[in-house]
Design a protein around this ligand. Structure first.
Ligand code: GTP
Ligand code: SPV
Ligand code: MN
Length: 589
């Protein structure tokens, strides 16, 4: 066996004897290995070639139609005590969890190759990085892991040096939704997932390791694992400040992470560090720093076009894997709002027919290496990460939430994060468009009790004098006809500019009950085509609606019982009192 680490070797043997693969392959992460697996999948039909003249090295994978998104209802955190997983997770005892899922793994790899994938989440030389090994019977998973993580020989060397790694066992099984389960055993640093080939369920380095297991470890070790993009904003003076921003699934992280400044903001530049996950640590000087544990993007395809996200549009023109998009007559990938071309076959490979719904699945995805992104930051490889000036939370809210506001202080900021709610999206199997609580955009991803998680967030205030400012944004306000009030995408830079100016004491705001809001004149709207009344709506709050919201947040927080930190309850009371006693800038009528 090609490892000197006995615990790794014995685990691989143990898995092989349960799953009974035809052969075992250790992945070295080389380009040759990637090409060879692609050739093999073209032969088996797992992948098909897209137009190699216009989309060189791009391939299409069509999933089983039942297997196109995460499955929160089938995802479990297995801890000794149910309370440690919390009301925010499905729970089983570790013994019951293993028993239930192991039965499905018995003999599941017969006739298949079992791949062993050593990977490193984070720059290979960073002290903040963590390693894992994923065992899978899916070549699609191997090639996606190659694009998304630092995988192969270098990761194996680090694992052998450290002797410690997260064990992830995955099989596509028979894709029967009744036999699909994703289990986490944080005390054992292990993950078991069966019955799905979809990204978040199958690429175990991503949500399973880098969020659920990592958040559990981060609490014990004093850091944070978050569902956040990391972006560098360079102003015309050449100074770059970094922002970490948590938005729920399919709510704009990839787009914000690589936005292109509007023509009317010359001299501004955006540098992408990460588009989905951030690991945040306080350094010795008390500065919060972030690394992106991933090295690729698994992004939402629909809506990507030259106007909304040209960086993404360009980076998926070569060396990309498309999952569940449609195709044109000239064999190019097609999706809703691509802006060019027409579909001839849909995401299920059928002749396109409007009566069957969308041509591309709403949760169709691209996978590309981060290096494909024209705005990829050099500091994305820096072992020490980047210093974070602002933390931004947000959600998808037709109503209520203004374009942007700032929390009064860290403790209030934790309440703002805990109070995030957002309309559900097709990133999870289930109903779309219903508002649900999604604290810190981590509802599906926090590997332990949210009450303990908020206490952990609060504890940072006692550890340093220099925490980032905390903000909330909403790009998705609509009028009664469903029209977006804010143009979004590149224009979101105007909001980032106000946020950074606030952090540097260079922008004005008014204090309201919910925090500091910009007045229209505090935002840089030079060259922006938007009417004044929309701007006024976006920068004001309705006190009565907010009273209802604060009450709803109170009820939600109360569902965490005695474990809820008293500080959060106190902060909520402060906001409730301010709303009750009236405050400036409430566009109440
Ligand atoms: P995950 O990968 O699921 O975690 O999602 P994400 O947060 O990275 O979301 P992404 O950036 O892929 O955006 C999801 C959808 O929202 C896409 O269809 C985008 O076109 C759309 N979107 C992103 N930013 C904006 C915006 O500023 N305004 C509007 N109206 N839509 C946006
Ligand atoms: C999300 O759902 O938040 C994603 C896609 O980023 S997945 O990798 O499936 O989690
Ligand atoms: Mn995500």
């Amino acid at each position: 066996m090609p490892t000197s680490l006995a615990t790794l070797e014995s685990w691989v043997d143990e898995v092989a004897s349960r799953t009974r693969p035809e052969q075992v392959t250790w992945c070295d992460g080389s380009d040759d290995e990637y090409s060879q697996l692609v050739r093999q999948m073209l032969q088996s039909g797992d992948l098909s070639e897209l137009n190699q003249d216009t989309y060189p090295n791009c391939y299409l994978h069509l999933s089983d139609p039942s297997d196109v998104a995460r499955v929160e209802h089938l995802t479990f955190v297995c801890t000794d005590n149910a309370d440690d997983a919390g009301p925010n997770n499905n729970w089983l005892s570790p013994a019951d969890g293993h028993e239930r899922i192991d039965a499905l793994f018995d003999g599941c790899m017969q006739g298949r190759t079992m791949y062993v994938i050593p990977y490193c989440m984070g720059p290979i030389d960073s002290p903040y990085s963590r390693c894992g090994v994923e065992i899978t019977d899916s070549p699609y998973v191997v090639v996606n892991m190659k694009l998304m993580t630092r995988m192969g020989a270098a990761a194996l060397q680090r694992i052998e040096r450290e002797g410690k790694f997260v064990k992830g066992l995955h099989s596509t099984g028979d894709l029967d939704p009744e036999k699909r389960l994703i289990m986490h055993f944080p005390d054992e640093l292990s993950i078991k997932s069966i019955g799905s080939g979809y990204g978040g369920n199958a690429l175990l380095g991503k949500k399973c390791h880098a969020l659920r297991i990592a958040s559990y470890q981060a609490r014990a070790e004093g850091w944070l694992a978050e569902h956040m993009l990391i972006v560098g904003v360079e102003n015309p003076q050449g100074e770059t400040h970094y922002i970490a921003c948590a938005l729920p699934s399919a709510c704009g992280k990839t787009n914000l992470a690589m936005l292109i400044p509007p023509a009317s903001m010359p001299g501004w530049k955006i540098w992408t560090l990460g588009d989905d996950i951030a690991w945040l640590h306080l350094d010795d000087a008390g500065q919060l720093r972030a690394i992106n544990p991933e090295s690729g993007y698994f992004g939402v395809v629909p809506g990507t076009n030259e106007a909304t996200n040209k960086n993404a549009y360009d980076m998926i023109r070569h060396d990309a894997i498309f999952t569940n998009v449609a195709r044109t007559a000239d064999n190019e990938p097609w999706w809703e709002n691509k802006g060019v071309g027409e579909p001839v076959t849909d995401w299920q490979g059928r002749p396109y027919d409007k009566a069957n719904g969308k041509a591309a699945h709403p949760n169709s995805r691209f996978t590309v290496a981060a290096g494909n992104n024209p705005s990829y930051s050099k500091l994305a490889e820096a072992p020490a990460g980047v210093p974070i000036s602002a933390i931004v939370f947000g959600g998808r809210r037709k109503e209520l939430a203004p374009l942007v506001y700032q929390a009064r202080n860290w403790r209030h900021g934790v309440l703002v994060g805990a109070g995030v709610a957002s309309e559900t999206t097709s990133a999870n199997i289930g109903e779309v468009g219903v508002v649900r609580r999604d604290p810190m955009a981590m509802k599906p991803f926090c590997g332990y009790n949210f009450a303990d998680y908020w206490a952990h967030w609060l504890s940072f205030a006692g550890r340093t004098e220099t925490l980032p400012g905390v903000f909330h944004v909403n790009w998705f306000r609509q009028d009664e006809n469903g029209r977006f009030l804010w143009p979004g995408f590149g224009e979101n830079l105007r909001v980032l500019k106000w946020i950074l100016d606030r952090c540097n004491g260079r922008a004005e705001a008014v204090e309201t009950a919910i925090g500091y809001l910009p007045r229209v004149e505090d935002l840089d709207i030079d060259g922006l085509d938007i009417n004044r009344s929309d701007l006024e709506t976006l920068t004001s709050i309705n006190a009565r609606q907010w009273q209802v919201e604060i009450e709803a947040i109170g009820e939600y927080l109360a569902s965490y019982g005695d474990r809820l930190p008293a500080e959060l309850r106190d902060e909520l009371q402060i906001v409730a009192d301010k709303l009750a006693h009236g405050s400036v800038n409430t566009a109440d009528s």
